[in-house]
Design a protein around this ligand. Sequence first.
Ligand code: IPM
Ligand code: MG
Length: 353
Amino acid sequence: MKICVLPGDGIGPEITAQAVRVLDALRREGLVLEMEEALLGGCAVDAGGDPYPEATRRLARAADAVLLGAVGGPKWDALPREQRPERGLLGIRKDLGLFANLRPAVVYPELANASTLKPEVVGGLDLLIVRELTGDIYFGQPRGIEVRGGERVGFNTMVYSESEIRRIARVAFEAARKRQRRVCSVDKMNVLEATQLWRDVVTEVAVEYPDVELSHMLVDNAAMQLVRDPKQFDVMVTGNMFGDILSDEAAMLTGSIGMLPSASLDENGKGLFEPCHGSAPDIAGRGQANPLATILSAAMMLRYSLGQPGAAQRVEAAVKRVLASGLRTADIHEPGTTRVGTVEMGDAVLAAL
Ligand code: IPM
Ligand code: MG
Protein backbone atom coordinates (compact mmCIF):
# COMPACT_ATOMS: atom_id res chain seq x y z
CA MET A 1 0.00 0.00 0.00
CA LYS A 2 1.33 3.37 -1.00
CA ILE A 3 0.79 6.41 1.16
CA CYS A 4 1.49 9.91 -0.03
CA VAL A 5 2.50 12.06 2.96
CA LEU A 6 1.98 15.81 2.69
CA PRO A 7 3.29 17.52 5.84
CA GLY A 8 2.36 21.00 4.59
CA ASP A 9 2.95 24.21 6.55
CA GLY A 10 3.11 25.58 10.09
CA ILE A 11 2.78 22.78 12.65
CA GLY A 12 2.03 20.35 9.78
CA PRO A 13 5.52 18.81 9.58
CA GLU A 14 5.77 18.34 13.38
CA ILE A 15 2.43 16.60 13.80
CA THR A 16 2.73 14.55 10.62
CA ALA A 17 6.10 13.24 11.81
CA GLN A 18 4.40 11.71 14.87
CA ALA A 19 1.73 10.02 12.76
CA VAL A 20 4.45 8.66 10.46
CA ARG A 21 6.24 7.20 13.50
CA VAL A 22 3.04 5.37 14.44
CA LEU A 23 2.66 3.98 10.91
CA ASP A 24 6.35 3.00 10.92
CA ALA A 25 5.81 1.05 14.11
CA LEU A 26 2.94 -0.85 12.47
CA ARG A 27 5.15 -1.50 9.46
CA ARG A 28 7.84 -3.01 11.64
CA GLU A 29 5.19 -5.42 12.88
CA GLY A 30 4.38 -6.53 9.35
CA LEU A 31 1.93 -4.02 7.89
CA VAL A 32 3.05 -3.63 4.28
CA LEU A 33 3.17 0.04 3.39
CA GLU A 34 5.36 2.55 1.64
CA MET A 35 5.36 6.24 2.47
CA GLU A 36 6.60 9.02 0.25
CA GLU A 37 6.56 12.74 1.03
CA ALA A 38 5.62 15.59 -1.26
CA LEU A 39 4.88 19.31 -1.07
CA LEU A 40 1.44 20.89 -0.79
CA GLY A 41 0.45 24.41 0.20
CA GLY A 42 2.76 27.25 1.17
CA CYS A 43 5.90 25.09 1.20
CA ALA A 44 5.13 24.11 -2.40
CA VAL A 45 4.61 27.76 -3.35
CA ASP A 46 7.99 28.62 -1.83
CA ALA A 47 9.65 25.76 -3.72
CA GLY A 48 8.14 26.39 -7.15
CA GLY A 49 5.25 28.84 -7.14
CA ASP A 50 2.46 26.23 -7.36
CA PRO A 51 0.51 25.13 -4.22
CA TYR A 52 -0.34 21.75 -5.84
CA PRO A 53 2.67 20.92 -8.00
CA GLU A 54 2.74 18.30 -10.73
CA ALA A 55 5.06 15.97 -8.76
CA THR A 56 2.60 15.98 -5.86
CA ARG A 57 -0.31 15.38 -8.21
CA ARG A 58 1.42 12.31 -9.68
CA LEU A 59 2.29 10.86 -6.29
CA ALA A 60 -1.18 11.54 -4.84
CA ARG A 61 -2.93 9.99 -7.82
CA ALA A 62 -0.78 6.85 -7.66
CA ALA A 63 -1.15 6.42 -3.87
CA ASP A 64 -3.77 4.33 -2.07
CA ALA A 65 -4.22 7.10 0.48
CA VAL A 66 -2.94 10.56 1.34
CA LEU A 67 -1.97 11.75 4.83
CA LEU A 68 -1.96 15.52 5.18
CA GLY A 69 -0.75 17.77 8.01
CA ALA A 70 -2.06 21.30 7.45
CA VAL A 71 -1.55 24.08 4.95
CA GLY A 72 -1.47 27.86 5.00
CA GLY A 73 -0.18 30.76 7.06
CA PRO A 74 0.05 34.55 7.10
CA LYS A 75 3.26 34.40 5.07
CA TRP A 76 1.26 33.54 1.94
CA ASP A 77 -1.90 35.57 2.58
CA ALA A 78 -0.96 38.45 0.29
CA LEU A 79 -0.32 36.24 -2.75
CA PRO A 80 -2.75 36.14 -5.67
CA ARG A 81 -5.57 33.63 -5.10
CA GLU A 82 -4.15 30.94 -7.44
CA GLN A 83 -0.94 30.82 -5.41
CA ARG A 84 -2.47 30.62 -1.98
CA PRO A 85 -1.89 27.43 0.02
CA GLU A 86 -5.68 26.88 0.34
CA ARG A 87 -5.79 26.58 -3.42
CA GLY A 88 -3.53 23.53 -3.10
CA LEU A 89 -5.97 21.91 -0.70
CA LEU A 90 -9.02 22.67 -2.85
CA GLY A 91 -7.05 21.51 -5.90
CA ILE A 92 -6.15 18.10 -4.49
CA ARG A 93 -9.74 17.56 -3.24
CA LYS A 94 -11.14 18.27 -6.68
CA ASP A 95 -8.38 16.44 -8.57
CA LEU A 96 -8.80 13.23 -6.58
CA GLY A 97 -12.62 13.48 -6.56
CA LEU A 98 -12.74 13.55 -2.75
CA PHE A 99 -16.39 14.49 -2.48
CA ALA A 100 -17.21 12.98 0.91
CA ASN A 101 -15.73 14.66 3.94
CA LEU A 102 -16.29 12.85 7.22
CA ARG A 103 -15.73 14.98 10.30
CA PRO A 104 -16.46 13.20 13.58
CA ALA A 105 -16.89 15.26 16.74
CA VAL A 106 -16.33 12.97 19.69
CA VAL A 107 -15.93 14.05 23.29
CA TYR A 108 -13.43 11.90 25.16
CA PRO A 109 -14.60 11.42 28.78
CA GLU A 110 -11.19 12.62 30.02
CA LEU A 111 -11.60 15.88 28.10
CA ALA A 112 -15.23 16.73 28.87
CA ASN A 113 -14.04 19.70 30.98
CA ALA A 114 -12.02 21.12 28.11
CA SER A 115 -15.17 22.26 26.33
CA THR A 116 -16.49 25.77 26.88
CA LEU A 117 -19.95 24.19 27.21
CA LYS A 118 -21.23 22.46 30.34
CA PRO A 119 -19.98 18.86 30.68
CA GLU A 120 -23.59 17.57 30.81
CA VAL A 121 -24.29 19.18 27.42
CA VAL A 122 -21.28 17.66 25.65
CA GLY A 123 -20.36 14.60 27.74
CA GLY A 124 -20.64 11.47 25.58
CA LEU A 125 -21.09 13.45 22.36
CA ASP A 126 -20.53 11.35 19.24
CA LEU A 127 -21.55 13.24 16.13
CA LEU A 128 -20.50 12.72 12.53
CA ILE A 129 -20.68 15.58 10.07
CA VAL A 130 -20.76 14.44 6.44
CA ARG A 131 -19.77 17.45 4.36
CA GLU A 132 -19.94 17.53 0.56
CA LEU A 133 -16.47 18.65 -0.51
CA THR A 134 -16.15 19.18 -4.26
CA GLY A 135 -19.20 21.26 -5.16
CA ASP A 136 -21.32 24.19 -3.95
CA ILE A 137 -20.25 27.83 -3.90
CA TYR A 138 -16.62 26.70 -3.41
CA PHE A 139 -16.37 25.58 -7.03
CA GLY A 140 -19.47 27.08 -8.74
CA GLN A 141 -19.12 29.22 -11.85
CA PRO A 142 -19.38 32.07 -12.62
CA ARG A 143 -17.29 33.63 -9.89
CA GLY A 144 -15.15 36.72 -9.63
CA ILE A 145 -14.81 40.38 -8.89
CA GLU A 146 -15.55 42.82 -11.72
CA VAL A 147 -16.57 46.38 -12.31
CA ARG A 148 -20.27 46.88 -13.05
CA GLY A 149 -21.78 50.33 -13.43
CA GLY A 150 -18.72 52.02 -12.06
CA GLU A 151 -18.33 49.96 -8.89
CA ARG A 152 -16.72 46.65 -8.01
CA VAL A 153 -19.02 43.67 -7.62
CA GLY A 154 -18.03 40.32 -6.13
CA PHE A 155 -20.02 37.20 -7.02
CA ASN A 156 -20.04 33.42 -6.53
CA THR A 157 -22.45 30.70 -7.54
CA MET A 158 -24.06 28.17 -5.24
CA VAL A 159 -24.79 25.16 -7.43
CA TYR A 160 -25.56 21.47 -6.84
CA SER A 161 -26.56 18.82 -9.35
CA GLU A 162 -28.83 16.01 -8.23
CA SER A 163 -26.11 13.40 -8.83
CA GLU A 164 -23.77 15.29 -6.49
CA ILE A 165 -26.47 15.45 -3.81
CA ARG A 166 -27.46 11.83 -4.26
CA ARG A 167 -23.95 10.43 -3.80
CA ILE A 168 -23.22 12.43 -0.63
CA ALA A 169 -26.64 11.55 0.77
CA ARG A 170 -25.84 7.85 0.26
CA VAL A 171 -22.57 8.27 2.17
CA ALA A 172 -24.50 9.80 5.07
CA PHE A 173 -27.17 7.07 5.11
CA GLU A 174 -24.55 4.30 4.89
CA ALA A 175 -22.60 5.89 7.75
CA ALA A 176 -25.78 6.17 9.83
CA ARG A 177 -26.40 2.43 9.37
CA LYS A 178 -23.17 1.78 11.27
CA ARG A 179 -24.22 4.21 14.02
CA GLN A 180 -27.56 5.26 15.51
CA ARG A 181 -29.44 5.28 12.18
CA ARG A 182 -30.38 8.93 12.22
CA VAL A 183 -29.52 11.49 9.54
CA CYS A 184 -30.21 15.21 9.83
CA SER A 185 -29.86 17.03 6.50
CA VAL A 186 -29.01 20.72 6.78
CA ASP A 187 -30.03 23.29 4.15
CA LYS A 188 -31.43 26.79 3.65
CA MET A 189 -34.42 25.83 1.53
CA ASN A 190 -36.49 28.76 2.75
CA VAL A 191 -34.22 31.09 0.76
CA LEU A 192 -31.94 29.19 -1.65
CA GLU A 193 -33.18 27.12 -4.62
CA ALA A 194 -29.96 25.08 -4.75
CA THR A 195 -30.73 23.83 -1.27
CA GLN A 196 -34.42 23.24 -2.04
CA LEU A 197 -33.13 20.72 -4.58
CA TRP A 198 -30.78 19.42 -1.89
CA ARG A 199 -33.74 18.74 0.42
CA ASP A 200 -35.81 17.13 -2.35
CA VAL A 201 -33.03 14.78 -3.46
CA VAL A 202 -32.02 13.76 0.08
CA THR A 203 -35.70 12.95 0.71
CA GLU A 204 -35.77 10.77 -2.43
CA VAL A 205 -32.60 8.90 -1.42
CA ALA A 206 -34.06 8.27 2.05
CA VAL A 207 -36.62 5.93 0.46
CA GLU A 208 -33.74 3.48 -0.15
CA TYR A 209 -32.93 3.56 3.57
CA PRO A 210 -36.21 2.87 5.39
CA ASP A 211 -34.22 1.74 8.43
CA VAL A 212 -32.64 5.21 8.83
CA GLU A 213 -34.61 8.14 10.24
CA LEU A 214 -34.25 11.34 8.19
CA SER A 215 -34.89 14.85 9.49
CA HIS A 216 -34.23 18.26 7.93
CA MET A 217 -33.01 21.43 9.56
CA LEU A 218 -32.33 24.94 8.34
CA VAL A 219 -28.70 25.87 8.74
CA ASP A 220 -29.25 28.79 11.13
CA ASN A 221 -31.28 26.58 13.44
CA ALA A 222 -28.67 23.81 13.10
CA ALA A 223 -25.96 26.22 14.25
CA MET A 224 -28.07 27.04 17.29
CA GLN A 225 -29.05 23.43 18.05
CA LEU A 226 -25.39 22.38 17.93
CA VAL A 227 -24.62 24.50 20.98
CA ARG A 228 -28.01 24.03 22.66
CA ASP A 229 -28.25 20.24 22.54
CA PRO A 230 -25.59 18.65 20.30
CA LYS A 231 -26.40 15.11 21.43
CA GLN A 232 -29.69 15.21 19.49
CA PHE A 233 -27.61 14.56 16.35
CA ASP A 234 -26.15 11.32 15.04
CA VAL A 235 -25.13 12.01 11.41
CA MET A 236 -25.47 15.49 9.95
CA VAL A 237 -25.19 15.84 6.15
CA THR A 238 -24.76 19.15 4.40
CA GLY A 239 -23.16 21.03 1.53
CA ASN A 240 -19.63 22.32 1.24
CA MET A 241 -19.99 25.78 2.74
CA PHE A 242 -22.47 25.00 5.52
CA GLY A 243 -20.34 21.95 6.34
CA ASP A 244 -17.22 24.07 6.59
CA ILE A 245 -18.85 26.32 9.15
CA LEU A 246 -20.79 23.74 11.15
CA SER A 247 -17.82 21.38 11.39
CA ASP A 248 -15.70 24.06 13.05
CA GLU A 249 -18.54 24.72 15.46
CA ALA A 250 -18.91 21.00 16.19
CA ALA A 251 -15.15 20.66 16.65
CA MET A 252 -15.18 23.30 19.35
CA LEU A 253 -17.91 21.46 21.25
CA THR A 254 -15.31 18.85 22.02
CA GLY A 255 -13.00 21.36 23.65
CA SER A 256 -10.08 20.67 21.44
CA ILE A 257 -9.97 20.90 17.73
CA GLY A 258 -6.49 19.41 18.25
CA MET A 259 -8.12 16.02 18.81
CA LEU A 260 -10.27 15.67 15.71
CA PRO A 261 -9.34 13.71 12.60
CA SER A 262 -11.11 13.81 9.25
CA ALA A 263 -11.41 11.74 6.11
CA SER A 264 -12.14 12.91 2.57
CA LEU A 265 -13.14 10.01 0.36
CA ASP A 266 -13.67 9.40 -3.35
CA GLU A 267 -16.20 6.97 -4.85
CA ASN A 268 -13.86 3.99 -4.38
CA GLY A 269 -12.76 4.52 -0.81
CA LYS A 270 -9.46 6.15 -1.64
CA GLY A 271 -9.01 9.06 0.70
CA LEU A 272 -7.13 11.98 2.07
CA PHE A 273 -6.83 12.08 5.85
CA GLU A 274 -6.06 15.20 7.80
CA PRO A 275 -6.63 16.77 11.19
CA CYS A 276 -9.60 19.18 11.37
CA HIS A 277 -7.40 21.95 12.72
CA GLY A 278 -5.25 24.33 10.72
CA SER A 279 -1.53 25.01 10.50
CA ALA A 280 -1.37 27.11 13.72
CA PRO A 281 1.50 29.34 12.56
CA ASP A 282 1.62 30.99 16.00
CA ILE A 283 3.01 27.84 17.62
CA ALA A 284 4.81 26.30 14.62
CA GLY A 285 8.29 24.98 15.27
CA ARG A 286 7.96 25.11 19.06
CA GLY A 287 7.26 21.45 19.63
CA GLN A 288 3.99 22.24 21.43
CA ALA A 289 1.37 21.19 18.91
CA ASN A 290 -1.03 18.34 19.62
CA PRO A 291 -0.25 15.45 17.23
CA LEU A 292 -3.27 13.36 18.27
CA ALA A 293 -5.66 14.57 15.53
CA THR A 294 -3.08 13.58 12.91
CA ILE A 295 -2.40 10.24 14.58
CA LEU A 296 -6.17 9.63 14.69
CA SER A 297 -6.33 10.64 11.01
CA ALA A 298 -3.79 7.90 10.29
CA ALA A 299 -6.13 5.54 12.15
CA MET A 300 -9.03 6.64 9.93
CA MET A 301 -6.79 5.99 6.93
CA LEU A 302 -6.08 2.46 8.15
CA ARG A 303 -9.82 1.87 8.52
CA TYR A 304 -11.31 3.56 5.46
CA SER A 305 -8.66 3.28 2.74
CA LEU A 306 -6.26 0.51 3.75
CA GLY A 307 -8.69 -2.12 5.00
CA GLN A 308 -6.95 -2.44 8.40
CA PRO A 309 -9.70 -1.97 11.00
CA GLY A 310 -7.72 -3.89 13.62
CA ALA A 311 -4.71 -1.63 13.31
CA ALA A 312 -7.00 1.42 13.33
CA GLN A 313 -8.57 0.30 16.56
CA ARG A 314 -5.18 -0.30 18.17
CA VAL A 315 -4.06 3.23 17.35
CA GLU A 316 -7.29 4.69 18.73
CA ALA A 317 -6.99 2.58 21.87
CA ALA A 318 -3.40 3.77 22.31
CA VAL A 319 -4.54 7.41 22.14
CA LYS A 320 -7.24 6.74 24.75
CA ARG A 321 -4.70 5.10 27.07
CA VAL A 322 -2.37 8.06 26.77
CA LEU A 323 -5.19 10.45 27.66
CA ALA A 324 -6.24 8.22 30.55
CA SER A 325 -2.65 8.30 31.84
CA GLY A 326 -2.96 12.07 32.20
CA LEU A 327 -0.64 13.33 29.46
CA ARG A 328 -1.81 16.51 27.74
CA THR A 329 -0.41 18.90 25.17
CA ALA A 330 -0.88 22.62 25.90
CA ASP A 331 -4.21 22.91 24.07
CA ILE A 332 -5.93 20.36 26.33
CA HIS A 333 -3.88 20.84 29.47
CA GLU A 334 -5.71 21.41 32.76
CA PRO A 335 -4.57 21.41 36.39
CA GLY A 336 -3.75 17.94 37.63
CA THR A 337 -2.60 16.64 34.25
CA THR A 338 0.94 16.40 32.88
CA ARG A 339 1.87 18.83 30.16
CA VAL A 340 3.97 17.38 27.34
CA GLY A 341 5.21 18.47 23.92
CA THR A 342 4.55 17.08 20.45
CA VAL A 343 7.35 14.49 20.41
CA GLU A 344 6.69 13.28 23.97
CA MET A 345 3.02 12.80 23.04
CA GLY A 346 4.17 10.76 20.03
CA ASP A 347 6.51 8.74 22.28
CA ALA A 348 3.62 8.00 24.64
CA VAL A 349 1.32 6.83 21.84
CA LEU A 350 4.05 4.56 20.51
CA ALA A 351 4.65 3.13 23.98
CA ALA A 352 0.91 2.52 24.46
CA LEU A 353 0.72 0.88 21.04
C1 IPM B 1 -11.45 23.23 5.93
C2 IPM B 1 -10.77 24.54 5.64
C3 IPM B 1 -10.72 24.73 4.13
C4 IPM B 1 -12.14 24.79 3.62
C5 IPM B 1 -9.93 25.97 3.69
C6 IPM B 1 -8.54 25.99 4.26
C7 IPM B 1 -9.88 26.09 2.20
O1 IPM B 1 -11.43 25.57 6.30
O2 IPM B 1 -10.93 22.18 5.48
O3 IPM B 1 -12.49 23.23 6.58
O4 IPM B 1 -12.78 25.84 3.66
O5 IPM B 1 -12.62 23.75 3.15
MG1 MG C 1 -12.97 24.95 7.58
